[in-house]
Design a protein around this ligand. Structure first.
Ligand SMILES: NC(=O)c1ccc[n+]([C@@H]2O[C@H](COP(=O)([O-])OP(=O)(O)OC[C@H]3O[C@@H](n4cnc5c(N)ncnc54)[C@H](OP(=O)(O)O)[C@@H]3O)[C@@H](O)[C@H]2O)c1
Length: 245
């Protein structure tokens, strides 16, 4: 609650709350974890929020926020197309491609299921492109023109400490896809970034993660609120620090 209040004040000071009040954000994978918290904090900051869930019926926490809840499986072309149809004519200012999976958790080439890598790519790399492509008319209709792809420090080739083959590769692919997106859409005034949320206490991050969900989301929202044209194509963490590719 305190963090949400501070964030609203921060956005007011930064001059973004005025825009936020008329702005619409869509967050994928918003039924739990970082996506749920982002949806809550962005609503508190004045955004009109659309939160997606694979199974909306079970998305009690998301519904409790009083936001618009929509079904979406980012790997399912029919689900993505149906979402785009339901949102026909709805302007979206900010798209947050947050849905992700941790992959196989395999640290050795000896254990890696190469064929199963495709499933991790389908969510983490292809998913954000599928959703962005389908919702481009909505983004065109909005004035924010901001695309945030939630990546990971584990995508960094420079900082790789090994392991997590498929997860790292899928997020590195996402980084490259974002780079191309930024080059293409940047010419039309879009800002597309990849952001690392920190190592966060979620189902994916686990109990020993040092960053609380609230702090991660508050940091991400602050970074998003401060995005400028020069940030297009960049890779930052939730505290706004650049991450080496
Ligand atoms: N937690 C960390 O430490 C950490 C660190 C770096 C990056 N990240 C990234 O941050 C993002 C959020 O992670 P989190 O920690 O909040 O994870 P989480 O608690 O496991 O939540 C993942 C979310 O993604 C959704 N999702 C999974 N597959 C999907 C699909 N095919 N279609 C639509 N939604 C799908 C899940 O929905 P269901 O409930 O239906 O499964 C859930 O809402 C991910 O992109 C993750 O890679 C997390």
């Amino acid at each position: 609650m305190f963090i949400r209040l501070m964030l609203t004040l921060l956005l007011l000071v930064a001059g973004h709350a005025q825009g936020a009040e008329q702005s619409t954000v869509l967050v994928t994978g918003a039924n739990r974890g970082i996506g749920l918290e982002l949806a809550g904090q962005l609503k508190a900051a004045g955004y009109s929020v659309i939160g997606t869930a694979r199974k909306p019926a079970g998305a009690k926490d998301l519904k409790a926020l009083g936001v618009r809840v929509e079904q979406l499986d980012v790997t399912d072309a029919a689900s993505v197309a149906a979402l785009a149809q339901r949102l026909d004519g709805v302007a979206i200012d900010l798209l947050i491609n947050n849905a992700g999976v941790g992959g196989q958790g395999v640290n050795s080439i000896r254990e890696l299921d190469v064929d199963a890598m495709a499933a991790t790519y389908a969510v983490n790399a292809m998913g954000p492109m599928r959703v962005t492509q389908a919702l481009l008319p909505n983004l065109e209709a909005g004035s924010g023109r901001t695309i945030v792809n939630i990546s990971s420090v584990m995508a960094s080739i420079k900082n790789n400490w090994g392991g997590a083959y498929d997860y790292r590769a899928s997020k590195a692919a996402l980084n490259m896809l974002n780079s191309s997106l930024a080059k293409e859409l940047g010419k039309q005034g879009y800002i597309s970034v990849v952001l690392h949320p920190g190592w966060v206490k979620t189902r994916m991050g686990g109990e020993s993660a040092p960053v609380e969900i609230e702090d991660s989301a508050a940091g991400l929202v602050k970074v998003i609120a401060g995005l400028k044209d020069a940030d297009n194509g960049k890779f930052y963490d939730y505290q706004g620090k650049p991450i080496p590719w």
